[in-house]
Design a binder for this molecule. Structure first.
Ligand SMILES: *[C@@H]1O[C@H](CO)[C@@H](O)[C@H](O)[C@H]1NC(C)=O
Ligand SMILES: *[C@@H]1O[C@H](CO)[C@@H](O)[C@H](O)[C@H]1NC(C)=O
Ligand SMILES: *[C@@H]1O[C@H](CO)[C@@H](O)[C@H](O)[C@H]1NC(C)=O
Ligand SMILES: *[C@@H]1O[C@H](CO)[C@@H](O)[C@H](O)[C@H]1NC(C)=O
Ligand SMILES: *[C@@H]1O[C@H](CO)[C@@H](O)[C@H](O)[C@H]1NC(C)=O
Length: 943
């Protein structure tokens, strides 16, 4: 016995001293790890979690954040979690293999602000200790299997703003305070009560609601609540969304619900409400009203409907309406959808004379309507099935049968032509990769016309904006398959594609998951709140056991065989295609005016080359002449018979465009002549090929120089000259080209340096010409490169020259920091804004400046340079300077730095120090030479 106690003490002692010597958090995190499978491979035993374990962030050696969304973790959350006493953020969302109960020790995390356990497999009761999380702001426990009552103690979390317990199996009544017992009525800082899809019973307690609440979303749908709606609900003036549908509520709707003047969406459907249809005259921002399936008194259609000008959707199926439907209802300007089925409406229907142009569907099934004024001329989807008008023997009217197509959105078609992916997925930018996927569910959208693509464009663009701000390396986002589910939630399928990679890595996945679990991404107002559920995402680089290696090797060899077969098939197909093409096409054959492609191109100085000529000058497009690869095809170096070096962009077959588009493109390119723009030498449109021949620029891209790949040192004065050169090139495009041209893809990979380090802007492949002289913007599908994209452009889809100015601002920041715009989860614009302190020397930017830029004493004008850069990246175009202003400002900075802005090149500034200019072609062989996408907004580097 004594020995046992002694051993125990010994163990305790050892554990204690170990913990003290190392770090408590290390011990407990290790214990959590032991209870989980599939933890990230870099969670190695005996390594410090704070030294870069995926998903772990520390401050002063203590773990402050655990973000492991979508990691496919399995196991249980053990008591050890309670020991991480400095933890502020815990996100384990979308790990459906995490099961067991939520341990009471969770309540020890006194510093926790965000608790996110969405869509895991947790079950059992919610511990009372949740109420001890005194700093909690955000609690999302939705989509688990929790049972039992809502702990009253949650009422003690006085700063709680977001409380989502939806879609569990919670039961019991809604707790309110009484004496010393806390309750949810005390949560006066809460904006969100999301309790839908549980089994809650009892009344909606009158005490729950008071005028000192700040609640915006009250979502109690799909429970078993009974009794009347308390009149105190009318006191919560902050409410925007009220969903009480699918409960067992009874009694009259209290009249002061008409006080809730800020409500956009109200759902009271599928209850047993009685008395008169509530008067909602004062809800003058109401978009969506669903009162269907209640026991209201028989009445005519309330006249106040016609006064709510913001209404998009009116649903009053099965509500005892009778009499004639007033035509005025259909004049509401935003009305999209009316469902008044299963009522006693009678007489003659009249909707056409005044109806709104957004009106999509009117469902009047099962009423008493016997005539329709606009019988032979209507365009909306009208349903009059089971009305007297449809009961005759000779009726064949369309409105007498149910519509076959459903109102839905299936996503934007891509522009990728014949491009296909072998086993991964084609992105909107025509790359093949493995996207992170899942569903976005919106609990109360303000619209019901699901087929209107512009509303999805706004969602798409706000998402892109959010991903860019977050610094995650996302290439593009695809939205598709929007439908309403049985809870009347709008569900949209989401695919997020990785930038320049085949797959996301673990830290990117947990970052994406967190952005969506934590509501960091905020959708446009029309969508209301959402929740996200991810599909399983497999990253590569798993822990591999021996069997794993063997299986892996087998899989790899199978894949290789499959690849070879595919490649063979592809080669045959291409050969056939090329043969056909040779028959069909000779140079200019397609520019025959009879084919509608508008005659021979009007070119200034650009030459048409035959396929044979270009083959000769590139040694038959040999491997050694290949200097770059992109989604659109390859770039080759060649030497023309007259000795001129050229870069030839050869489009892959699936990237070629129509003759007319190709012609438009070369006409545009050949018009542009400026010493700071790369010139087009010629083109080839022959034997099914589309190639663009550019002057060859020896010193590669500015990106290569900044990254050190080119071995060329860029000091401050060289960087100033490069900035000025590129700015002048863009200014020419905006102000002097006729018609003006917006580049659309300004980035350091598209600024090349010639032998004298003169900057030349390249790749106007996705440029847009403003055409008509009076236009100041064009509306287009958003293209460009993540990290450089103008947020205003993707919010509005309106492209102006100021979008180039934004991208150029990012280039300026890159010039001084040498960082990629998005690097290690950091967005350069935000980093610089955060680091800046204008009262300090060099604005306190020493930390972010590129160390190779030179001694700080020599950086004359750097502060002004930063000022210009930050003005260029202002949120709105109107606050940004024009390129001509940027040119003037950089010239001013150069004068301040003692340089002559009119001297031509960066090379003739003082520093020849590193000798790299002497070597003939410093980096031709390993350069990426990113002339980038010419035919598509693709990112380069096929994997
Ligand atoms: C929840 O629990 C029920 C019954 O135990 C089970 O059938 C169901 O699969 C569980 N759901 C989840 C999401 O774990
Ligand atoms: C709400 O305000 C009333 C007075 O307006 C006050 O008596 C009551 O205590 C407040 N409730 C809470 C929970 O603070
Ligand atoms: C709310 O409604 C009641 C009854 O309809 C009314 O008497 C009261 O003045 C309203 N309060 C506010 C703040 O509008
Ligand atoms: C329509 O119904 C109302 C109420 O039931 C009735 O008073 C009226 O006569 C009906 N009108 C017609 C045209 O049938
Ligand atoms: C939409 O749904 C169809 C069939 O349900 C599916 O094949 C397709 O992949 C889905 N599209 C997206 C973008 O999820």
């Amino acid at each position: 016995m004594g020995a046992t106690v002694g051993q125990l003490l010994m163990i305790i002692f050892i554990k204690f001293s170990f913990a003290a010597a190392q770090n408590n958090d290390y011990t407990y995190l290790q214990a959590l790890k032991d209870a989980w499978q599939n933890t990230p491979p870099n969670w190695e035993d005996n390594s410090d979690p704070c030294s870069g374990w995926d998903g772990i962030r520390c401050t002063n050696g203590r773990v402050t954040s655990i973000k492991l969304a979508s990691m496919l973790l399995t196991g249980t959350l053990t008591e050890d979690i309670g020991q991480l006493s400095e933890l502020q953020i815990l996100d384990l969302s979308y790990n459906r293999g995490l099961t067991g109960s939520l341990v009471p020790a969770i309540g020890n995390l006194k510093k926790l602000t965000n608790l996110l356990l969405i869509n895991c497999g947790f079950s059992g009761p919610l511990p009372d200790t949740l109420g001890n999380l005194e700093n909690l702001i955000f609690m999302s426990l939705n989509l688990n299997n929790f049972t039992g009552p809502i702990p009253a103690s949650i009422g003690n979390i006085k700063n709680l703003s977001w409380l989502d317990l939806a879609d569990n199996r919670l039961s019991g009544s809604i707790p309110v305070s009484s004496g010393a017992t806390p309750g949810l009525d005390m949560l006066i800082n809460a904006e969100h009560f999301h309790f839908g899809g549980n089994m809650l019973t009892g009344n909606l307690p009158p005490q729950l609601f008071s005028s000192n609440m700040t609640l915006k979303h009250l979502l109690f749908e799909g429970n078993q609540l009974s009794g009347p709606i308390p009149s105190t609900l009318g006191l919560v003036q902050s409410l925007e969304v009220v969903r009480l549908d699918r409960n067992r509520l009874t009694g009259d709707v209290p009249s002061n619900i008409n006080n809730l003047t800020g409500v956009f969406e109200m759902f009271l459907s599928n209850n047993i409400l009685t008395g008169p249809v509530p008067d909602l005259t004062s809800l003058n921002v109401l978009n969506y009203l669903d009162l269907s399936n209640n026991n209201f008194d028989k009445s005519g259609v309330p006249s106040w409907f016609s006064t709510i000008h913001s209404l998009t959707t009116l649903k009053m199926s099965k509500t005892n309406l009778e009499g004639v439907l007033p035509a005025a209802l259909f004049s509401l300007p935003q009305l999209q959808n009316v469902d008044l089925s299963d009522n006693g409406l009678n007489g003659t229907l009249n909707i056409f004379s005044t109806h709104s142009n957004q009106l999509q569907q009117v469902n009047l099934q099962n009423n008493q309507i016997d005539d329709f004024t606009q019988r032979s001329q209507y365009t909306i989807e009208l349903i009059l099935v089971r009305n007297p008008i449809c009961t005759g023997s000779d009726v064949s009217d369309k409105f007498c049968s149910l519509p076959t197509k459903t109102n839905s959105y299936s996503g934007k078609p891509n522009n990728c032509g014949l491009r296909r992916c072998p086993w991964n997925v084609l992105s909107p930018t025509c790359q093949c990769a493995f996207p992170y996927t899942g569903n976005l569910s919106f609990r109360a959208p303000s619209f019901s016309d699901l087929g209107n693509s512009s509303v999805y464009d706004s969602l798409h663009n706000s998402m892109i904006s959010s991903f860019q701000m977050s610094g995650l390396s996302v290439d593009s986002v695809s939205l598709g398959n929007a439908t309403k589910n049985s809870d009347d939630y709008l569900v949209i399928n989401l695919q997020v594609f990785p930038y320049r990679e085949d797959r996301f890595n673990r830290s990117e996945i947990s970052g994406l998951g967190f952005l969506l679990s934590n509501q960091t991404f905020k959708p446009p107002a029309a969508f209301g709140t959402y929740f996200f559920t991810s599909d399983d995402y497999f990253v590569t680089g798993k822990n591999s056991s021996h069997t794993g290696v063997v299986v892996g090797a087998t899989v790899v060899s199978c894949v290789l065989v499959a690849l070879l077969v595919l490649a063979g098939m592809y080669a045959l197909q291409q050969k056939g295609r090329a043969e056909r093409a040779t028959h069909e096409r000779s140079p200019f054959a397609l520019w025959d005016s009879t084919t509608g492609s508008g005659g021979v191109p009007q070119l200034r100085g650009a030459k048409a080359f035959s396929f044979k000529e270009l083959g000769k000058c590139t040694n038959n497009f040999s491997e050694t002449n290949n200097i770059g690869t992109g989604g659109y095809g390859m770039v080759y170096r060649g030497s023309l018979p007259n000795g001129q070096l050229v870069a030839i962009k050869r489009a892959k077959h699936e990237s070629t465009q129509g003759a007319l588009e190709f012609k438009t493109e070369i006409e545009l390119l050949s018009r542009v002549h400026h010493k700071n723009l790369v010139s087009l030498v010629g083109f080839c449109f022959d034997q099914g090929e589309q190639m663009l021949v550019y002057e060859y620029i020896v010193n590669g891209t500015v990106r290569d120089s900044l990254s050190g790949r080119s071995g060329m040192r860029l000091d401050w004065t060289r960087r100033l000259r490069i900035a000025l050169g590129a700015a002048k090139g863009l200014q020419y495009m905006h102000d002097l080209a006729d018609p003006p041209i917006i580049h659309r893809d300004v980035k350091t990979n598209n600024i090349l340096l010639d032998e004298r380090l003169v900057a030349k802007v390249a790749d106007f492949g996705i440029s847009i010409s403003l055409g008509d002289a009076n236009r100041t913007h064009v509306s287009t599908q958003v293209k460009g490169t993540m990290g450089y994209m103008d947020p205003e452009y993707y919010m509005t889809q309106q492209l102006t020259e100021k979008s180039d100015v934004y991208s150029f601002g990012v280039v300026l920041l890159e010039l001084i920091t040498a960082r990629n715009p998005i690097e290690k989860g950091k967005y350069i614009v935000r980093e610089v804004r955060q680091a800046i302190n204008k009262s300090k020397e060099l604005y306190n930017l020493h930390e972010v400046l590129d160390p190779t830029i030179g001694l700080s004493s020599q950086l004359k004008g750097l502060e002004r340079f930063v000022d210009v850069a930050l003005r260029c990246v202002e949120e709105t175009g109107s606050q940004r300077p024009r390129m001509s202003d940027v040119v003037k400002e950089i010239e001013g900075i150069m004068e301040l730095a003692g340089l002559n802005p009119n001297a031509d090149s960066a090379a003739n500034s003082t520093s020849y120090d590193d000798g790299s200019l002497g070597s003939e072609h410093p980096y031709i062989n390993d350069s990426i030479f990113d002339y980038s996408s010419n035919h598509f907004p693709t990112k380069v580097d096929l994997k």
